[in-house]
Design a protein around this ligand. Structure first.
Ligand code: TPP
Ligand code: MG
Length: 1012
């Protein structure tokens, strides 16, 4: 039986060109095998077969224009032909999804039916002045307490929810509160107990505290300019120690390791622990913040500077939280795509409460909940202070964050009070203690810890007779000892344990601590703690005594480090704990295998002319991806990342082909399901469609670009964005990417100031290459033609993913359609493309006057057109150079110049710019679609006269032609400027320039575009 394969619905397009036949007559094909590639003027898509069988005839050829319903091929079909079509993919995934939901629901039911923990719960209520009937209130509360006691929390929660729903339906607009009382989330009776030896752990912690402080103080004694922080780690020491001793599993040959984002300026504490573990020595501690000589310790976590130690740069506040969220999400992506095993690994992120003010810190928490990232745990160290003073003096940061996180769908665990409070809270029968706790603002809490027990008795417990009475048998010293949750290893352990086991949502632990804990009068809870880096002898003696550090007064005066003997209980314990958890942390290692770069011929189609066919470099790039997806080494590792612009860039064909990653698959049949490029979400989808979220997309890119170290799998992330919303928007993340030694491609599409004609000021990018050039390991290119793009891209694959060089690529592509020539045959062309420039054309007809024209990106074509005019109308010869990267040329120029200056007696090297231009005739004129400073970058590396044109100033919407005229980078201006340059160099008379200026209506008195 013979079946016909017709052109399916290809959306809004008609008469679309067939650019590739992927099969031939006689081939046996299976369902979903791609048979041809078609290309509209915006995008190219492969058409999959809906039938399997042997191809009898093919009814189209390359170059044909096809529309929906046209006959593509005839197939001698095998049994499962159209009539027995398998269930369409969408339906299949919907059924699967439904089944899994059912399963989940069942699971949930079983959890609900779990036997309720037997524990007594009481509900206390302080009389509220708005309460019109306290007795009735009491009745309700007692009923509720009875339910809690008899049927457990779940049942009570259910009833309350039902009550609220009922009231809502009856018309009562009951506000939903996101806050729970200002007490610990985990009641004492539900706390999991640590099996650690608390005495030894305390001793270890004290030593770490001491050594961390000592390294900061010693460094500043030597060089007061060095800085450093003591107060932050002092407040977080317990939070880190409990994790290190009991929770965080290291990477080893059996396990992938938990990923811990350490708070940036708590670095001294992490070094101090590594010192006890024997991973760092005294000399290294003494070189804290002195990194210029090898062996120093970086001020903050910087993988670039300590590549075997730090994994994540975190000190730019707000980046850590976002990066951690996307890291956790990316881990699930790799698992769902079957690229790594699901080993229950976790991502832990340590954040400051002040840091939570950064919009980025809270900006992505919705995604974490939506994607059910139960592999993610945030620990916010709520020491109530930031740099200048209180975080929320007039409010309560823990409550505020609880509301934000709970509202977003996170599991929130508050660790506010330490164990000494347990009995007080249990005896708070009237509820007055909790009432004070709720009423007291953070400014007061902070002030109390800067004073003493008597002050706390008066200001806190003294508020109500009931609470005064509650502490009447406690001495001031006892009151002072009432600790905060984040300093209590039992409470912290219980919180970590609960967080580790939580399923279905991310967890945030809000731990209350004291900034500068243990630093006494000079540092504890005082507004200036953050920048304290010097401690005088009295402070040091106090600190030693406070934590019982076994040092003599003399040793304290000398600020000696303390490390117990290798055989001591402490050292054995600390090592044993880490060995049980698989090794040390942090540690950065890489065991990924390289990806073999695809054969050069995979890009051959991009080295021949497109003839009449016009296309943008963005489209050429998409064509190239389509081809890469056929390379079996590269294909599974490609991670296309798009912030809601797939259609802008002609990438919608990927939706069907490789799917959009969605952790729950696709629960709906998309509106466009009948179309070839319909919106397809899939649990193992490959595309990360990030929505309108450049910072998130960049965070995803960083996660993918560092998967080679964090997951030991080399991936090839390609993040494609509007170039203006790239470096300018997420510059600090790009900097962190460089620090992280990210490997991958950033594609600034719709690039340049004048190619994106109608979009105007905010969209037209004339500087992204300059920002890219500020990142030392970012390699950037501004290619014009498709073969340049192919050469650059392949080299990127080879350098980064095959040779594992720690660089990343920024390539701009445009949306301007034009035809692309064949790659010049010159054997040096490829080298030139990669080094930054090569001669693309020469006009030599007259042999009188010559000019060197350097053009980049889209403006190269204006240069080429101008060169023809100069030749034909003014008898001026020229050499035209395609500059693929002013940035790369500058790097080479700088390096050569530096070498020559430092080696005056040696043979002088010649920069690549000079190798190209040194022996040429005439002045140089360069132009790009970027600011003049882009091409000016190479000015110092040639001794010829150098002039540049560029697009300095704000963009604006108009036609491409008008824009180029406005910015003076069109062919007419290039001709006029070129003639003027030659006149200035006294190579021709000035009248030619004057004539041209007149001819082209160029207004010499027009202000600079920067002023318009
Ligand atoms: C983006 C950014 N802005 C400012 C800083 C400077 N800075 C470093 S620490 C700090 C205060 C941090 O307070 P918090 O987050 O509460 O941390 P804590 O030290 O209290 O634990 C500031 C403003 C920075 N590192 N990054
Ligand atoms: Mg803080």
């Amino acid at each position: 039986m013979s079946d016909k394969l017709l052109i399916p619905d290809i959306g809004d397009f008609d008469k679309v060109e067939v650019i590739e036949l992927l099969v031939k007559v006689g081939d046996q094909i299976n369902l979903n095998d791609s048979v041809v590639t078609i290309e509209s003027d915006k995008s190219s898509v492969e058409i999959p077969s809906t039938i399997s069988g042997k191809i009898e005839s093919i009814n189209v050829k390359v170059g044909d224009k096809v529309s929906k319903g046209d006959l593509l091929l005839s197939i001698e079909s095998s049994k499962e032909s159209t009539s027995e079509k398998p269930i369409p993919k969408d339906t299949e995934s919907i059924i699967k999804q439904a089944e899994s939901v059912l399963k989940n629901e069942k699971k949930e039911e079983t959890t609900q039916q779990r036997p309720v923990e037997e524990k007594k719960q009481t509900i206390n209520q302080v009389t509220n002045h708005n309460d019109i009937d306290p007795l009735e209130t009491q009745d309700w509360l007692e009923s509720l307490a009875a339910v809690v006691e008899k049927d457990g929390n779940q049942r009570a929660h259910f009833l309350i929810k039902e009550l609220i729903n009922k009231a809502y339906r009856e018309g009562a607009n009951i506000p939903y509160t996101q806050h729970t009382p200002y007490i610990n989330t985990i009641p004492p009776e539900a706390e999991a107990k640590s099996n650690g030896d608390q005495n030894i752990e305390r001793r270890i912690r004290s030593l770490i505290r001491w050594n961390a402080a000592a390294m900061v103080v010693r460094a500043n004694k030597k060089f007061p300019e060095l800085g450093g922080h003591i107060g932050t780690f002092a407040s977080a020491a317990t939070l880190y120690d409990v994790g290190m001793n009991h929770f965080w599993r290291a990477k080893n040959n059996k396990f992938g390791g938990d990923l811990v984002y350490f708070q940036g300026h708590s670095a001294p504490g992490i070094y101090a622990r590594a010192f006890l573990e024997g991973r760092l020595n005294e000399k290294q501690l003494d070189n804290f913040r002195q990194e210029v000589k090898p062996g120093g310790l970086s001020s903050y976590p910087h993988p670039w500077l300590m590549p075997n130690f730090w994994q994540f740069p975190t000190v730019s506040m707000g980046l850590g939280p976002m990066l951690a969220i996307y890291q956790a999400r990316y881990m699930k992506y790799l698992i769902n795509r079957g690229l790594i095993k699901d080993e229950g690994r976790k991502v832990w992120a340590f954040l400051g409460d002040g840091e939570m003010d950064e919009p980025e810190s809270l900006g992505a928490i919705g995604l974490a909940a939506r994607e059910k990232l139960d592999n993610l745990i945030f620990v916010v160290n709520c020491n109530l202070q930031r740099l200048d003073g209180p975080v929320r003096g007039n409010g309560k940061i823990i409550q505020e964050l609880e509301g934000s996180f709970r509202g977003a769908g996170w599991n929130v665990i508050k660790v506010i009070w330490g164990s000494y409070w347990d009995s007080l809270i249990a005896n708070d029968k009237t509820g007055h203690l909790v009432k004070i706790m709720n009423e007291t603002v953070d400014g007061e809490y902070q002030a109390m810890k800067a004073r003493d027990g008597a002050y706390v008795r008066e200001k806190f417990f003294g508020k109500y007779p009931e609470t005064q009475e509650l502490v009447s048998s406690l001495s001031d010293k006892d009151i002072w000892r009432l600790n905060r949750g984040g300093h209590d290893p039992h409470k912290v352990y219980a919180a970590y344990e609960k967080a580790s086991k939580n399923q279905g949502s991310p967890t945030v632990i809000l731990a209350k601590t004291i900034k500068g804990y243990g630093m006494g009068k000079t540092g504890e809870s005082v507004n200036t703690t953050h920048q304290t880096k010097k401690l005088d002898v009295d402070d040091l003696l106090y600190y030693r005594d406070r934590f019982d550090v076994p040092l003599t007064d003399e040793q304290v005066k000398n600020i000696e480090y303390f490390k117990p003997d290798e055989k001591s209980l402490e050292i054995r314990y600390i090592k044993e704990k880490r060995m049980n958890l698989g090794g040390f942390l942090p540690e950065r290692t890489t065991y990924s295998k390289s990806i073999k770069a695809p054969a050069k011929d995979i890009f051959n189609f991009m080295k021949v002319s497109t003839g009449e066919k016009e296309m943008s470099t963005t489209m050429a790039l998409v064509r190239m991806f389509t081809n890469l997806l056929r390379d079996k080494n590269v294909s599974p590792r490609l991670v296309p990342i798009i912030p809601d612009e797939a259609r802008t860039f002609g990438m919608e064909g990927f939706f069907q082909k490789i799917g959009i990653y969605a952790h729950e698959g696709q629960k709906y049949e998309p509106e466009d399901s009948a179309q070839l490029s319909s919106y397809r979400e899939d649990k193992n989808g490959q595309v990360l469609e990030e929505g309108i979220n450049e910072a998130g997309a960049m965070s995803s890119w960083i996660a993918a670009a560092t998967a080679y170290t964090n997951h030991d799998i080399e991936m090839i992330p390609i993040y494609i964005f509007y170039s203006m919303f790239g470096f300018q928007r997420i510059g600090d993340l790009a900097w962190a990417a460089g620090d992280s030694q990210a490997r991958g491609f950033l594609i600034g599409a719709t690039a340049g100031r004048t190619t994106l004609a109608g979009e105007g000021l905010q969209h037209q990018d004339g500087h992204s290459h300059l920002i890219a050039s500020t990142i030392p390991n970012c390699v950037s290119y501004d290619p014009t033609f498709h073969y340049e793009l192919a050469v650059i891209f392949r080299e990127g694959l080879r350098r980064m993913h095959e040779k594992n060089e720690n660089v990343f690529y920024y390539i701009t592509t445009m949306n301007e359609n034009y035809s692309h020539p064949s790659m010049p045959k010159d054997k040096n062309c490829e080298e030139g493309i990669l080094k930054g420039m090569y001669k693309i054309k020469e006009f030599n007809r007259y042999g009188k006057t010559k000019i060197q024209l350097l053009g980049s990106g889209t403006i190269l074509r204006e240069m080429m057109a101008a060169a023809e005019v100069l030749q034909n109308e003014y008898q001026i010869d020229s050499e035209i150079w395609s500059v693929t990267s002013f940035n790369e040329l500058r790097k080479d120029g700088m390096e050569v110049e530096r070498y020559n200056l430092l080696n005056p007696d040696k043979e002088q090297k010649i920069s690549f710019v000079e190798q190209c231009l040194g022996k040429t005739e005439g002045p140089i004129m360069a132009a790009s679609d970027y600011m003049r400073i882009n091409s000016d970058q190479i000015r110092p590396y040639t001794n010829k006269s150098f002039y540049s044109l560029g697009t300095d100033g704000y963009g604006r919407s108009d036609t491409r032609k008008n824009l180029r005229n406005f910015f003076e980078v069109d062919k007419e201006h290039i001709v006029a400027y070129g003639l003027s340059v030659l006149a200035k160099e006294q190579l021709i008379a000035s009248k030619y320039a004057k004539e041209a200026i007149k001819k082209y209506n160029i207004d010499g008195s027009k202000p600079m575009p920067t002023k318009l």
